[in-house]
Design a binder for this molecule. Structure first.
Ligand SMILES: [Zn+2]
Length: 88
């Protein structure tokens, strides 16, 4: 699994993916497989991405994976800022 940086601005996205098989009815009828969580962040000038899975990334850092039963509807984008003080 891709290692996510903890000092970057990570964007999480819930996405569907198509497997590419012409015989796959899931892809032919709908958006594809999923939704699965993906993380996107910048590494220098490059945009990196990492596959997370079906579990919400809110549980990635410290919470136990007890959110599996939670139904989440796409598309959801979470902007997570780390190491950045909130200026009010
Ligand atoms: Zn498919």
């Amino acid at each position: 699994m891709t290692e996510l940086p903890d000092d970057q601005h990570i964007t999480y996205q819930l996405q569907y993916r198509k497997c590419g098989k012409t015989s796959c009815s899931t892809c032919r009828k709908g958006q594809g497989h999923g939704p699965y969580w993906y993380a996107y962040w910048r590494e220098g000038s490059r945009l990196r991405s990492g596959y997370i899975g079906k579990i919400s990334p809110t549980g990635v850092n410290n919470a136990p994976s007890s959110e599996e039963g939670q139904a989440t509807i796409a598309p959801i984008v979470i902007h997570k800022r780390v190491g950045e003080a909130a200026l009010v």
